[in-house]
Design a protein around this ligand. Sequence first.
Ligand code: MRU
Length: 370
Amino acid sequence: MKVDGVARRSIQLADDGRSVEIVDQTRLPHRFVTRELRSLADAAEAISSMRVRGAPLIGATAAYGVALQMREEPSDASLQRAIEALFATRPTAVNLRWALDEMRAALHGLPPAAREERAYARAAEICDEDVENCRAIGEHGLRLIEALRERQTEPNPLNVLTHCNAGWLATVDWGTALAPVYLACDRGIPIHVWVDETRPRNQGASLTAWELGQHGVPHTVIADNAGGHLMQRGQVDLCITGSDRTTSTGDVCNKIGTYLKALAARDNGVPFYVALPASSIDWALSDGIAEIPIEERDGSELSRVRGLAADGEEVEVAVLPASSPVANPAFDVTPARLVTGLITERGVCEASSTGLAGLYPECAGRASKS
Ligand code: MRU
């Protein structure tokens, strides 16, 4: 991904080779600000405050959080403390647990003196693997886009609707849902993205719109409630979203509002695909609605809105009566039956146990045993 023409990742080592540089996503789209994480506490704060967010990036940041702690104190107790502190930051994206399990497996049998080096190496591998997986998701999704394009009778661009931000900023590079869009754009396929604003935190309006703009992808931001209307009018050819946790049966948990888009897509015959790497699959779960923990975030995300005032200053204003109670569930579950297919790094499959087992036979065993 390029920012103002310069290639970079959403997370990377700083110049000292030990601190970790992130893009502070709470400042976008109005300010592009990077920030250095120098300790476990910095990494945990960055995840819980959503300076970094998006399932794969949460996992990558947690991996570096462990490395930062191993630099400080490589004992068994310190490793355990780091894993527990990072695990507590956000409950829904399973990539967090996956990355911490990977770090524990890489480090626990090693003598403390060897842990810092190995922790940085494993965190870097997790990041590189994420980039490669997202690129592969892009290639598989591109084939779907090309197939839809061939069937188009009108010369219009292909209209893709996406929810939240499942792009470069949510991963280490490329994104999941947006990777096919970037590839299509790079290969000259006329494409246009409807960007759900994604209340309450506006990840669509603030982050997806910004990164599509950086890449030069034509897009239009819409209110979250507009998608169904556009689908009824034939103005959406394809929906693609990301996932924070997908069960072994293909139920998909993603940003609140995804389920409503899937319902509207089904009612209007619009294909609804979900793009995800294997690190977002929770093989132990089979019923997403009953089993996936849904993060309840602070009500201030709903009652207050942040933006840029006419004088260029960033301001936050209240939008609700001060006395009205608010509820803020951050994710919802789209049942597998509403998902046309899952786009993974190994290919596209049906959202079902059979579909996922076909692509990941070595993991499907774990699902049936649990
Ligand atoms: O609360 P967020 O912003 O971390 O939620 C992010 C999403 O819901 C994304 O769609 C999901 O993590 C997939 S990211 C490739």
